[in-house]
Design a protein around this ligand. Structure first.
Ligand SMILES: *Cc1c(COP(=O)(O)O)cnc(C)c1O
Length: 386
């Protein structure tokens, strides 16, 4: 039998071994681990809402009214008013009819893709789509195709190659992201929608890294590009800019009904705690309110500042990848930064392809100008010390 110890040793040899870190607080400007205090450039809490008082209050008040556990699947008795409200308000926020709340984005992807697709269908993903979208596609039983990142010509070729016989009984779904999670760039959405219409396919857009960050009131990428009508399924997580946890798939009423009838991660799982739905709702309300607007302003100033100082092109969102290439090299730079008081992880295979290891910096509205200046100084020093 394959020995787990030697499997781990192989990961170590390849510089792909991973271990967990434990800190005193998961979000915020600094990361405390033991005696060590690091400036945190690894959190997806882009707007600095993770410790927000309004979200904390929403949680404690909901626990006082509803208790802690939800007790059952939503299909049974697990649904409460906070679940209903988060679904109503996200649907109207994104300008769609309907929405379904999941415990997390990973489960939403598995459930949604599994509900819409079946054997005989085709799902076409951008090569850099998040693991949850890939896993959901594979599990669905549909034929899985991928196109090179943002390559419209290749997508066209795939669409042309699909056998359109019996099309009335089949679905073709294109999947892409609003802002890509490891590269921080955006897709050619208008061209994708044009193709989608020509070939009568569906489109799923994952706005995990664009929700709260770009677009009017933080409505994300599709809204900013005036393309929301062309998006059939919009997914986002509340674990990033909303400072909470959970996820929604927003779509038409019929599609939402289909998802809730078919999504196994929704049906066969205990409902998220009512307080989690309330936290997500409080996060959403902050994002669309005045505080959200202010935080987005600070965030974008911080991103501008960092990119100017490092003389790199400005990404659309708050993810700034410093592409290093070699895995060991990237690990060493991350270790150097760690020694200098900065938490910015090396991202390696299989999260990104082999030989494209990178330092992934995520900027937040919690960082001050001084923090950004400190980071710039330490990055320059670490790169020179390799
Ligand atoms: C983080 C992320 C997810 C998963 O969301 P969780 O709520 O953390 O499970 C899905 N898609 C993308 C693009 C993500 O970045």
């Amino acid at each position: 039998m394959r020995d787990p110890g030697s499997e781990l040793n192989k990961l170590r040899e390849d510089n792909l071994y991973r271990e967990l870190k434990y800190g005193a607080s998961a979000t915020g400007r600094t990361f405390h681990s033991g005696d060590l205090s690091l400036l945190n450039f690894s959190s997806n809490d882009y707007l600095g809402l993770g410790a927000n008082e309004a979200i904390k209050e929403a949680v404690t008040e909901t626990i006082a009214s509803y208790g802690v556990g939800s007790g059952a699947s939503r299909m049974l008795s697990g649904g409460t008013t906070p679940h209903l409200l988060i679904e109503k308000e996200t649907a109207s926020f994104f300008g769609k009819d309907s929405s379904l709340f999941f415990a997390n984005g990973y489960g939403a992807a598995l459930g949604t893709l599994g509900a819409i697709l079946q054997k005989g269908d085709t799902v076409i993903l951008d090569k850099l789509c998040h693991a949850s979208l890939i896993d959901g596609s594979r599990l669905s039983g549909a034929t899985v195709r991928t196109f090179p990142h943002n390559n419209i010509e290749n997508l066209k070729t795939i669409l042309n190659s699909i056998n359109k016989e019996n099309q009335k009984e089949k679905r073709i779904l294109i999947v892409t992201e609003g802002i890509f999670s490891m590269d921080g760039d955006v897709p050619p959405i208008k061209e994708i929608i044009k193709l989608k219409e020509q070939h009568q396919t569906l489109l799923l857009l994952d706005e995990a890294h664009s929700f709260g960050i770009i677009g009017e009131s933080g409505k994300g990428f599709a809204h900013r590009e005036n393309c929301i009508k062309g998006v059939d399924f919009l997914m986002t997580t509340f674990g990033k800019s909303a400072g909470a946890a959970g996820s929604v798939t927003v779509s038409s009423r019929t599609c939402t009904e289909l998802i809730l009838n078919r999504a196994r991660s929704f049906i066969y799982s205990t409902a998220p705690m009512p307080s989690q739905a309330a936290a997500a709702l409080a996060g959403l309300r902050l994002i669309k309110g005045k505080l959200g607007e202010e935080r987005r302003g600070t965030l974008h100033r911080n991103i501008d500042h960092l990119c100017n100082e490092l003389q790199i092109s400005r990404p659309q969102g708050a993810i700034i990848p410093l592409i290093i290439g070699d895995e060991l090299h990237a690990l060493k730079i991350a270790e150097n930064l760690h020694r200098e008081g900065i938490l910015a992880p090396a991202i390696r295979y299989p999260t990104v392809s082999k030989g494209s290891a990178r330092i992934r910096i995520t900027v937040s509205a919690n960082h001050s100008e001084k923090d950004i200046a400190f980071l710039v100084k330490k990055i320059k020093k670490s790169l020179n010390n390799i």
